[in-house]
Write a protein that binds this ligand. Structure first.
Ligand SMILES: [Zn+2]
Length: 72
């Protein structure tokens, strides 16, 4: 049973480390195209409300373990 524990510890450690190093993923709503064109006026756009115009969103889990990073 000890081997199973070691494997789990490595997997969780790797996941936490990856959350620390790479906290951002592409926004699932706009896919890094946060300036969404209007339907009526083609030259007008609005900013994606989910990522607030950054095109990226915080990974699930990051907020719970480390909180929001200060820099994007
Ligand atoms: Zn977005």
């Amino acid at each position: 049973m000890f081997e199973v524990f070691v494997v789990f510890a490595i997997l969780i450690g790797g996941y936490v480390l990856s959350l620390k190093l790479n906290p951002w993923v592409l926004c699932s709503n706009c896919k890094n195209k946060p300036k969404i064109k209007g339907w009526v006026a083609g030259h007008a756009h609005h900013v994606c409300p989910r990522c607030k115009g950054t095109g990226q969103q915080l990974r699930f889990g990051r907020r719970f373990i480390f909180g929001e990073p200060t820099k994007r």
